[in-house]
Each structure stands twice: as C-alpha cells, then as structure tokens.
Write a protein that binds this ligand. Structure first.
Ligand code: MAV
Length: 326
C-alpha cells in the first residue's frame, strides 16, 4: 500500500512538473546583427507585442551577433524545427527549400517605395508563402525590410562599363546570379559570413547590400565605394517554424500572427526611414564614398527579360504581372 501510494505521489509529482514545463514556453529568435540593426529591433518589437497580446506566460530568447550563424543556417534550422523558432530572413536565402520564394526579392521588382509598400500590405505574395509552407514548413508571419540595396566595391564604379566583369558576391538564389550576370558583372554565391574576408583577400571585389547591414557589420572597411544602383528595396519576411507554431496554444498562435503583422509594419517604417540616414552617416564619417550610377535605365532593360524567364519557369508569370501592375 505504502509503495503504491508512493508511486502515485511520484506520478502526480511528475505530472505537475510536466505541466509546469509545458506552460513554460520560450521562443528563440536569431539575428546576424547587434541591437542597433532594424532586424533586431523588429524582433524585439515582435516579442513585446506577443507578450502584450497573450495572457499566458511566454519568454523570448533572442540570440544576436550571428551567434547561431547566418540566414542560410537559420533556414535549415527552421525547416527542421531545431535551434530557433523565428527570425527575419531574405527570401533569396530560402531558395533551396522553395524555388519561387526569391521572386519576392529579386532585383528591380519594385518601381519605388510606394509600389513596394503596396505589394507588402496586400496579399498578392500569398502563393509564394504557400509554397514555403508546403515545401519547407516555414510560415511567413509578417513582412519587414525597406533597405535599398546598392553595389559596394573596393574601387569606384560609375557606369555599366565599369560594372563589366565586377567580381561580386550574390545571395544563394540562382535568380540573383542570373540578374547580375545580365548586368555583365561576374557574380558568385558566397556565404554572407565569408563576404568580408573574401573582399579583404581579393577573392571578390565587392557585393551588394543595404545601409543598415553595411553599417552594422562595417563592410565599408573593406569596400568603401558605394554605387547608387538602387537595384532592390528589401522584402524581409518574419518567419516562424511550422513545427513551433503548431505546438503553441491557440491564443498564443493568434497573438503571434497579429504581432508578426504589426512588428513587420514597425520594421518597414523603421528601416526605410533609417536607410538614407545611415548612408549619410557613413558618408559624413568618411567611411563610404557614395557615387551616382550613370546607366540605371539601361540596367532595367537588361533585367526585365531575365525576370520574365524566371517567372515563366516557375509558372508565376501571372503573379509577376500582378505585382508589376500594382
Ligand atoms: C543583408 O544583411 C540582409 O538583407 C540579409 O537579410 C541578407 O541575408 C544579407 O544582406 C545578404 O546579402 O545575404
């Protein structure tokens, strides 16, 4: 009897422990940057919003400064449902899992800021999100971004002639290399974590990036010439592992979805406002020499057929037409 009672008590105690543990939810996020970067601030805002909207207990564990690697690592983690629960990520770093997702951040997709904002606040990108959910089990819960990508080099580039043969790093999605090849540059897909060294050692002469990240990771130290090609306005989904999401209680799921949207809007306003300011700060500090690009209209002509062929190969020509028509 005593033994039985002991066993029952032990079982009850174990059950209490388990249910206490089950209520203790911690969501881990990852950023390649420090606390000053718009992505980090947006993930912090997301955490605050979830906590405001959810009655239960939820903790956040945000790992900064690339402690958990770069986006190419994060996408694998999210897909497998290990190490992290959410992050902010370039669509072009998710290409291995969902071939059409990079369409939403291909260069020259948006005419201007207003076009970009119109697309991101609509649901036109839904078919691309669906493919990511189906093939990678990764959910888009919001959209941030808003940085303008420009060419960054270890020597001045003013025009198309000088861009010819430019050995540059691009993100892993094939469409990125196709577009910069069409501009006659010599792109290669290199991990973001290798870019600084690759420029320093002369493996490449530069790459392309937006002000927030150039400043945060001090890329100007090795590539002090920025050419205003303005070839992309960034689209950066806030993403969560489907495996994480399905394990959350329904009210927390609802809070996550609302917070993702709101944090996205916060991040878009923040990064697009700070973009020009940060360029100016780097120019004023003589970290960067900012150069106009003479042939921007010609770039567009070279790129449109590449965009069309890519969309066609994905069966996404109608989607591309809809985006362009917004
Ligand atoms: C910038 O740091 C961000 O846009 C980030 O999302 C990208 O992954 C990165 O550039 C990159 O070029 O890989």
């Amino acid at each position: 009897k005593t033994i039985l009672r002991g066993a029952t008590l032990a079982a009850a105690f174990a059950a209490t422990l388990t249910s206490a543990a089950a209520q203790e939810i911690t969501l881990r996020g990852a950023s390649m940057f420090d606390e000053n970067h718009a992505f980090t601030k947006t993930m912090e805002r997301f955490s605050e919003l979830v906590q405001e909207k959810y009655d239960g207990d939820v903790n956040f564990d945000l790992r900064l400064n690339g402690e958990l690697g770069v986006e190419a690592d994060y996408v694998t983690f999210l897909q497998q449902g290990v190490a992290i629960d959410f992050t902010i990520m370039a669509p072009s770093n998710m290409a291995t899992f969902a071939p059409s997702i990079p369409l939403m951040d291909m260069p020259f997709l948006f005419r201007d800021q207003a076009h970009w904002e119109a697309v991101l606040s609509s649901d036109v990108l839904q078919p691309l999100e669906q493919e990511l959910a189906d093939k990678a089990d990764i959910m888009v819960i919001g959209y941030t971004g808003g940085g303008v990508r420009n060419v960054l080099a270890n020597h001045p580039i003013h025009n198309l002639n000088e861009l010819a043969g430019f050995k540059m790093r691009v993100m892993g999605a094939p469409i990125q290399a196709q577009i910069f090849s069409a501009l006659t540059a010599a792109p290669s897909a290199i991990s973001y974590s290798e870019v600084y060294n690759a420029i320093q050692t002369g493996v490449i002469s530069g790459f392309e990036n937006e002000a927030a990240s150039i400043q945060n990771l001090k890329f100007y130290e090795v590539a002090p010439y920025l050419t205003l090609t303005r070839h992309a306005i960034t689209v950066r989904p806030i993403v969560m592992s489907g495996k994480t999401f399905r394990n959350l209680p329904a009210p927390l799921q609802a809070a996550v979805l609302e917070a993702g949207k709101e944090a996205g809007a916060y991040g878009r306003e923040l990064e697009s406002r700070e973009d020009a300011e940060k360029l100016q700060e780097m120019a004023d500090a003589k970290q960067l020499t900012v150069l106009e690009f003479e042939d921007r209209d010609k770039l567009l002509e070279l790129v449109v057929p590449v965009q069309d062929a890519y969309a066609d190969s994905l069966g996404a020509s109608d989607l591309l037409t809809s985006i362009r028509g917004m």
